[in-house]
Design a protein around this ligand. Structure first.
Ligand code: MN
Length: 738
């Protein structure tokens, strides 16, 4: 029950106000402009959710209204999508059925809502429910990409209202967002979505970091504006002189991308030079836009010296998500590198609004659209691979999402796009499965190279084949594309099956010879004898002569003894895991670490070395009991989003006098005695035990990694600030692993 009296009248007014705002956001004259349908959908959703409230206490209808608003305003979709967005939660949460929706709104809307309806009880069940769900959603992509766009809008609204959830829920939802939804938005070219999703996720996974960067960005905004003006002024004059119509903007990078850089490069906020990019947007006809962009590029580089390694031309070759732009990094005033993005108005809209903008410019039949179609085809191909289970599928999918691309050419000059790190073998499989399977080598730019040769953009590749060649196990270690991996695995499996067939015949002959009947009972005994999981494995080993059929005599002699023991059980580790999870969950809701009375075995995970005071969770493993990870552990996102049911809450008790391993990285100027000072602070002033110390110096700078034992985060923080005070030391950071 609500403690406060809800003012029903003003709530009704607010609902109507939001509904009218939605109607205004739906662009008139869009191909499916049907306001009557929107009204019907709104009334249906309003009625179906009438007794429900969100965690914030607001009426539930605020949520579908907000999602529909994003769909119409930010993505620019028409009324079919708006109707589906309004109804996206009714089938799952209310008495309304899919049949009801189909009757009133037709097949299209019903199939979109179906794609959006999650499998019920998602988090309670097995490991891959979430993955399965995601797969279901992507399957609908091949029918209608609007499912994905509405799902992303739903996620965006949920992230915006995450404040009211419990901490565990926040972490899970935020992790999932980073793991799946932000990359998906990126892949679809929805940059504004991607950035907001990432920033919001960071706000909940690393609240302190988020606050710190956010406030530093605000503090430095004046200074940044001054710098951007100084940088742009001469460009503005010259671009005007050349009679280009343009707009010039300087925008800070997202908080998440700044944080990524700080982490990857181990530098502080102040040391990140490219906090912002300058963007020049040119108004030009489609026919002239490419020339106009290069004209602007020429103006920029007349004033500022470009870094030759940092020119990116995504106008001539758009990214797979349709992104078109010209990027260069130039040396700006006061010796700072500045990234400059040059693009036309149309390209800018495509970059911000992604797919929707493609629709808008459909008549112009741009290269960007072809690229997008190609992408949808790739996803479809992935989805049609029947072999992969849901979790593999997501990994493969992510493989395709994250990779940057290279462009290579066939001998006849056809362009192929592959992920960075692709080898000659990936290229072969990209052309055709048969070519990949029979590939023995390649010629790259007319030079002979091995299969594992990594390709670079611009390479021209000719594949050499032999009919005798077939896929090998070790090929899997150097292909990177999901397609090549899947094809090689399938071929190896088939190969193994055929070899096993031969092995079966050999065994049959041997049994006949030893007068043992060739039946399942005797085969099972043999499996037990050799401790093998399946008859296929047994047959395979026999054919490969890993098992010597000569030894079977001994087996035949011992047969009587073995019989007494149990039949081999095809026991799955999953089963015992389920039990383990149940037993842990059943006994305690919260794992308490450091308490002498703890009931479960736990280990502190070496991947992030948690110490008391860290925000942590427990992860139930199959063989090693419960492992404790930091919430910001690099592996946490993956664990939380894929194995939510194996996560247990964990917290530290008031600290015992225990010592925990932590790592810090120190960077500074290599002057006489500095290392001595560091070790003195650690060992005598603060009486900390070091486990390992590593110092490297180069060109007058040194970098040190120290693994030491501390009691908790307070202890560690104190130590780090003492180290920072030593003259010559520039940065001190905690690191995750040793
Ligand atoms: Mn929803």
């Amino acid at each position: 029950m609500q403690e406060q009296m809800v003012d029903i009248e003003s709530e009704k007014k607010e609902i109507l106000k939001r509904y009218r705002a939605l109607l205004r956001a739906v662009k008139p004259g869009s191909p499916d402009d049907d306001r009557k349908q929107i009204r019907t959908a709104f009334n249906m959703a309003l009625d179906a959710h009438k007794d429900m409230r969100r965690k914030s206490g607001e009426p539930y209808i605020f949520h579908p209204l907000a999602v529909a608003q994003i769909v119409a305003e930010d993505i620019g979709l028409g009324s079919t999508a708006v109707v589906a967005a309004l109804l996206h939660d009714v089938v799952e949460d209310t008495h309304v059925t899919l049949e009801d929706i189909e009757k009133i709104f037709g097949k299209k809307v019903a199939s979109i809502v179906d794609g959006l309806t999650k499998i019920s009880g998602v988090f309670e069940q097995g490991s891959s429910q979430q993955a399965e769900n995601f797969r279901k959603m992507l399957l609908t992509l091949s029918d209608d990409v609007r499912v994905i766009l509405i799902k992303l809008s739903d996620r965006l609204n949920n992230m915006r209202t995450l404040d009211f959830m419990e901490r565990e829920k926040q972490l899970k939802i935020a992790s999932e967002t980073l793991y799946l939804y932000a990359p998906l938005a990126h892949r679809l070219g929805l940059y504004a979505f991607k950035t907001e999703l990432e920033d919001l996720a960071l706000k909940y996974t690393e609240p302190e970091v988020y606050k710190m960067i956010d406030s530093k960005l605000q503090e430095t905004s004046k200074e940044r504006a001054r710098f951007i003006k100084e940088f742009s002024d001469p460009l503005v004059d010259e671009l005007k002189e050349q009679e280009l119509k343009f707009e010039i903007r300087g925008r800070p990078k997202s908080i998440h991308s700044i944080w990524n850089k700080m982490r990857k490069q181990g530098v502080s906020f102040e040391e990140i030079y490219d906090l912002f990019a300058v963007r020049i947007i040119i108004d030009a006809d489609v026919a002239e836009e490419k020339a106009a962009c290069w004209q602007a590029y020429s103006v920029v580089t007349d004033f500022y010296h470009p870094n030759p390694d940092r020119l990116r031309d995504w106008i001539s070759t758009p990214k797979a998500n349709g992104y078109e732009s010209l990027h260069t990094t130039v040396m700006g005033p006061s010796g700072k590198w500045v990234e400059v993005q040059i693009r036309s108005r149309r390209m800018d809209e495509v970059a911000e609004k992604g797919y929707a903008a493609h629709w808008k410019y459909k008549d112009s039949a741009t290269a960007a659209e072809t690229a997008l179609d190609e992408w949808v085809n790739k996803i479809r191909e992935l989805l049609q691979n029947p072999d992969s289970n849901a979790l593999d599928f997501i990994d493969e999918f992510k493989l395709n999402l994250f990779s940057d691309e290279i462009f290579v050419f066939t001998p006849t000059g056809d362009l192929k796009k592959l992920p960075t790190g692709s080898t000659a073998l990936d290229f072969a499989f990209d052309i055709h499965t048969d070519i990949g399977a029979h590939c023995i080598g390649a010629k790259v730019n007319h030079r002979l190279v091995p299969l594992s040769h990594k390709l670079k953009s611009g390479d021209q590749v000719e594949i050499l084949t032999s009919s005798k060649q077939k896929p090998k196990e070790d090929w899997l270690t150097y292909v990177v594309t999901a397609r090549a991996k899947a094809k090689i695995k399938a071929a190896l499996k088939e190969d193994k099956r055929r070899i096993a067939e031969d092995g079966k015949e050999i065994l049959e002959r041997k049994f006949r010879h030893l007068k043992i009947e060739f039946n399942q009972t005797n085969i099972n005994e043999l499996l037990l004898y050799y401790r093998l999981p399946s008859s296929q494995e047994l047959f395979f080993r026999i054919a490969k002569e890993i098992i010597d059929v000569g030894d079977l005599k001994e087996f035949a002699n011992n047969k009587g003894h073995i019989k007494a023991t149990a039949q081999p059980q095809p026991e799955k580790p999953e089963q015992s895991l389920e039990e383990l999870v149940r037993s842990v969950r059943g006994k305690s809701d919260m794992l308490v670490i450091g308490d002498t009375m703890e009931r479960f075995d736990y280990k502190l995970s070496p991947c992030c070395n948690p110490i008391p005071g860290d925000d942590v969770f427990g992860f139930i493993t199959i063989n090693e009991g419960i492992k404790i990870h930091r919430v910001n552990c690099p592996n946490a996102i993956h664990l939380m989003s894929n194995y939510a049911y194996r996560i247990v809450k964990a917290k530290w008790t008031s600290k015992a006098e225990l010592a925990f391993l932590a790592g810090i990285k120190i960077i500074g100027i290599d002057n006489v005695g500095v290392i001595n000072k560091i070790t003195k602070v650690i060992s005598s002033d603060l009486k900390v035990n070091m486990r390992s110390v590593n110092f490297d110096s180069k060109d007058g700078m040194f970098e040190g990694t120290i693994m030491l034992f501390v009691n908790d985060t307070t202890h560690l923080t104190k130590l780090m600030s003492k180290l920072k005070n030593i003259s010559g030391i520039t940065t001190v950071n905690r690191i995750d692993t040793n």
